[in-house]
Design a protein. Structure first.
Length: 384
């Protein structure tokens, strides 16, 4: 059995446009005055055809529209993409189709049209539940708009997730406890909770360098908020199945699990990455980040990808270790050994076990809750 089958097969489609650029965001997102939807549709469909010709016959488990702000896409464009996807791959009976949305772009009619097109899960970027913090984060919506958008989404889709950012300016653990309790009370079954990090090249990085980001929690306080997150959501029946993601049993993001379990996924769109196993080799794929450059590549070269690079087995093993240890379930030691040719260092595992950072049992190696809090250090000890 090819290794990717342990994780499944998904499709990621990147929509690079947003209404505005958030100051903390380092994703490949752009603000555009006008978008030629017909041209974009032709490019997406051409890329679907190209990749399906290479992977035809595989059962497609998930589709994910990421961005950018995919909820700004015309529902007709989403429908055309999903119709083509369904004609090119056999689809899993429980196909998961996720679309990312921002509260400011949510309206009931648009969401009903997305559902009619085949979307069955929405991931909403709420980020904070109070107006002062939303303004500091550069978000265009208010807390009231976020709650209304969530209610609209829940009225249309059975599965709705939303994101929050913590360790924000002037936020303390007590405020975060209260916000988590409110989030959990919104009848949500999946939460993605990310610590605010100041990424190079962002507006926040420039502000911080100029002394313009007062009130950021120090590392110890941010770590306290991470531990609070896990304690509260464990008690509420939404354990962390991954470092930053919590879900009620059965509500996990199946698309993201493909990444963390090192399955294969085709990436389409500006800046999209992928992993594809073809002819016994696993390839890393990527695309030009600039929207116009990607469109020209598809139109003029018949491919929106940069030249592919095969991944050596040892690099695949390291990637599997790094991704799988993010998951509560951890990694399969036999699978790691098949990729790497050798098992992970037994002395390193024993040392981490003594510190209470990992467990090794039943043929699996997993980071504990304490280990996931310092995961980078755990991985440094184990990586070859």
């Amino acid at each position: 059995m090819e290794d990717w089958r342990n994780g499944g097969f998904g499709l990621y489609l990147h929509w690079p446009f947003c209404a505005s650029k958030c100051p903390y965001c380092d994703f490949n997102s752009h603000v555009a005055a006008a978008i030629d939807s017909r041209r974009w549709q032709s490019a997406y469909l051409a890329e679907i055809d190209r990749l399906a010709a290479e992977t035809g016959g595989r059962v497609l488990n998930t589709v994910f529209f990421g961005g950018g702000t995919p909820s700004l896409m015309a529902p007709d464009l989403v429908a055309a993409i999903l119709e083509r996807v369904g004609s090119r791959w056999p689809l899993a009976n429980d196909l998961e189709v996720t679309l990312e949305a921002n509260p400011g772009s949510v309206e009931a009619g648009r969401f009903r049209a997305f559902a009619a097109a085949g979307v069955n899960r929405v991931s909403m970027g709420i980020q904070a539940l109070n107006d002062a913090d939303l303004r500091r984060l550069g978000r265009l919506h208010s807390a009231a708009e976020a709650r209304r958008a969530f209610d609209i989404a829940r009225g249309v889709f059975d599965r709705v997730s939303f994101d929050l950012i913590y360790a924000r300016q002037f936020q303390d653990p007590a405020a975060w406890r209260a916000e988590l309790a409110e989030a959990a009370a919104m009848a949500v079954d999946h939460l993605s909770l990310y610590q605010l990090t100041i990424e190079p090249g962002t507006a926040f990085a420039a502000r911080q360098a100029a002394g313009g980001l007062p009130g950021l929690p120090d590392d110890d306080r941010a770590a306290d908020m991470y531990l609070i997150t896990n304690d509260i959501l464990d008690d509420l029946g939404m354990p962390a199945y991954e470092v930053s993601n919590h879900a009620r049993p059965g509500a996990e993001s199946r698309h993201n699990l493909i990444y963390w379990r090192c399955g294969d996924y085709a990436g389409i769109g500006p800046g999209a990455h992928g992993r594809l196993t073809l002819g016994g080799l696993r390839y890393a794929t990527e695309a030009p980040r600039a929207p116009e450059a990607w469109l020209r590549a598809v139109e003029e070269n018949g491919s929106g990808e940069a030249p592919r690079q095969p991944l050596p087995a040892r690099e695949q093993a390291t990637e599997y270790l790094m991704m799988a240890l993010r998951l509560r379930e951890g990694m399969d030691l036999a699978r790691y050994r098949a990729l790497a040719g050798t098992p992970p260092d037994a002395a390193a595992i024993a040392g981490l076990e003594r510190l209470g950072l990992v467990t090794a049992a039943g043929g699996r190696l997993a980071a504990t809750a304490a280990g996931r809090a310092v995961l980078d250090a755990v991985i440094r000890e184990l990586a070859p």
